[in-house]
Design a protein around this ligand. Structure first.
Ligand SMILES: *Cc1c(COP(=O)(O)O)cnc(C)c1O
Length: 572
């Protein structure tokens, strides 16, 4: 290490032609022969992870740009690599069965932008909001919300298509929940029905704006989620400065964890049959991955009894095990316990002229990244007698549900992350400001929003009937069962416990983590779990529409080979 004025190496080979970075500048872009932009301080090729088969040199970007031949060589290497990896990918809940390029390629040269609210045209007229609304109406119907969206119908749905995936949906849901429960103004205030806000008897539930300023617990939500919850929920909680049961418990109620007096507050609500008894709730155990509704009830009761509003995240297809929480029972329980403590109907006086509004003191969000896109079709298949059983109810038919999100790239299959967020119009918050600049209410997170994603989702839905979707869902369900059977056969033949398991209706099958070679070849997703105090490195596969029995068979053959589960390679 030299001092602050250390010299940078000038002989690092760079770019496809191995020409040092400094030498690729023309006179136009240098000052006295020295480039005006910053050189590398060490060799990037040696700094970053290798991608087997595609050397970084061919992709580095020199000041003189790539020649046509260099570009072509790099691009064909990349394409072959991605095509191979996508073909063999069985580890994620991503649908790789895509077929868009022939119809949609022309749109790549149009700067489509869906800035602002989907239901206002806005001043960026080159948008695909007309398709966005069609996609949202489709999901509103699929999820049994009241549609179309109408500003003047508080019971109708409102939603938007996400520029990120369900991570953005979860973030938006928790933001919406935080604002709603902490008494911020609604976009469409619903006047209080009789008795009026000043009538006697409503005092207990009337929350004055003054309380909010005093930091009253009545405006202080706590987020509850299970140990099997996706990391985006924890991240959103932190981004939004929300309290979890652990942070609020440790700060305000040390030693009072109602799940075990004297034990530390867990970060998450335990999953059913899955806790290792330590009560740390960190995803431990080999249960099916659904939230333990009874223990959730204990936690909801603890905070509701102390006046705190609760935000409950439920998983409809958890990320690793693909588990379906019993959304209906959990949501009803949350409502009933909250009602006992005056958290069902709260009259919020938000400090502005006009009537107070009535709100729940809880918010139930459904993270349906894969499941909310897939399970409705499996439910229809069940109704048609095509499958023996289907996941439980989760959608807007349940009056206690506030929001649902799904990813577009999971069940439907899109070339990039996208998704849908949906809530009820009466739950929408007043945006910080009406944006005159975009000529549209600023109801979404993004400024610019991806306008290509609604086109891709619309294309997917426009080309498939419900019958097609139902058949595809049944196929995937069968394929997951096939993979589960083959893995259990392998387990029996190997005489070794490979921890093979499939949660009910899940498209994921989990098993002992194999060697890194196999993990990379099939893009397997891995997670470490503790069962009865022992560390278990798991991998899983997902039976998505592009996965074939041949691909499962190839994976099984690799898993049957000697050294496939060698322990040294299993922990890297
Ligand atoms: C994939 C997933 C997410 C995150 O979705 P992205 O679309 O990747 O942002 C959230 N929750 C669950 C249960 C998931 O499976």
């Amino acid at each position: 290490m030299t001092g602050p004025a250390r010299s940078v190496p000038t002989d690092i080979p760079f770019g496809p032609a191995d020409v040092p970075w400094q030498k690729a500048f023309s006179g136009l872009r240098t000052l006295d022969g020295t480039p005006t932009v910053t050189p590398p301080s060490s060799d990037p090729r040696e700094t970053y992870d290798d991608v087997p088969g595609i050397p970084y040199a061919g992709f580095q970007l020199p000041a003189c740009a790539l020649t046509e031949e260099q570009y072509t060589e790099a691009e064909s290497l990349l394409r072959a690599h991605l095509q191979r990896q996508c073909r063999n990918s069985v580890g994620f809940q991503l649908n790789g069965d895509l077929d868009y390029q022939h119809r949609l390629a022309p749109y790549l040269d149009l700067p489509v932008n869906n800035a602002g609210d989907p239901y206002r045209t806005g001043s960026v007229t080159h948008n695909t909001k007309i398709l966005e609304r069609a996609v949202l109406d489709y999901f509103a119907s699929l999820w049994n919300a009241r549609w179309p969206h109408r500003d003047d119908d508080p019971e109708s749905y409102w939603g938007y298509t996400l520029t990120m995936g369900a991570s953005e949906g979860n973030l938006y849901a928790l933001w919406n929940a935080r604002e709603y429960l902490s008494g911020s103004p609604l976009l469409h205030p619903t006047p209080t029905p009789t008795p009026g806000p000043s009538a006697p008897g409503t005092a207990r539930n009337t929350l004055a704006a003054a309380h909010r300023e005093q930091g009253s617990d009545s405006f202080h939500p706590v987020v509850l989620f299970s140990a099997d919850t996706h990391y985006s929920v924890t991240k959103a909680t932190r981004l939004l400065g929300l309290d979890t049961m652990r942070s609020l418990g440790e700060r305000r109620f040390p030693g009072e964890n109602p799940l075990g007096r004297g034990t530390p507050w867990p970060a998450a609500v335990p999953s059913a049959g899955g806790a290792d008894g330590k009560g740390d709730g960190d995803g431990d155990g080999d249960g099916d991955g659904t939230i333990d509704v009874d223990r959730l009830a204990v936690i909801v009761r603890f905070f509701a009894a102390r006046g705190f509003p609760v935000i409950v995240n439920l998983n409809y297809g958890s990320a690793f095990k693909g588990a379906y929480d019993d959304v209906a029972s959990a949501a009803r329980m949350v409502h009933d316990i909250c009602a006992e403590h005056g958290l069902d109907e709260r009259h919020v006086d938000h400090g502005r002229p006009g009537p107070t509004d009535v709100r729940t003191g809880y918010w139930v969000h459904v993270d349906g990244a894969l499941g909310a896109g897939y399970a409705p079709y499996l439910q229809m298949a069940h109704q048609a007698g095509l499958v023996a059983a289907a996941p439980p109810l989760f959608d807007f038919r349940l009056p206690q549900i506030h929001s649902i999100t799904t990813s577009g790239h999971k069940w439907m299959g899109t070339p990039w992350p996208c998704g849908v967020y949906m809530t009820r119009t009466r739950l929408q918050m007043l945006p910080p400001a009406e944006s005159e600049y975009i000529g549209s209410a600023d109801t979404t997170f993004g400024g610019s929003r991806n306008g290509f994603s609604p086109l891709v989702m619309w294309d997917h839905l426009a080309r498939r009937s419900y019958d097609d979707q139902i058949r595809a869902a049944v196929e995937c369900d069968r394929l997951a069962r096939y993979a589960h059977d083959r893995l259990r056969d392998l387990q029996a033949e190997s005489g070794r416990d490979l921890w093979v398991a499939r949660s009910p209706f899940s498209l994921a099958v989990r098993f002992r983590r194999p060697s890194t070679l196999i993990v990379t070849r099939y893009s397997l997703s891995c997670e470490t779990t503790r069962v009865a105090g022992l560390v278990r490195p798991y991998a899983h596969l997902y039976a998505m529409p592009h996965v074939t029995r041949d691909l499962i068979d190839a994976l099984i053959r690799d898993l049957a080979a000697p050294g496939a589960f060698s322990p040294d390679s299993a922990n890297t």
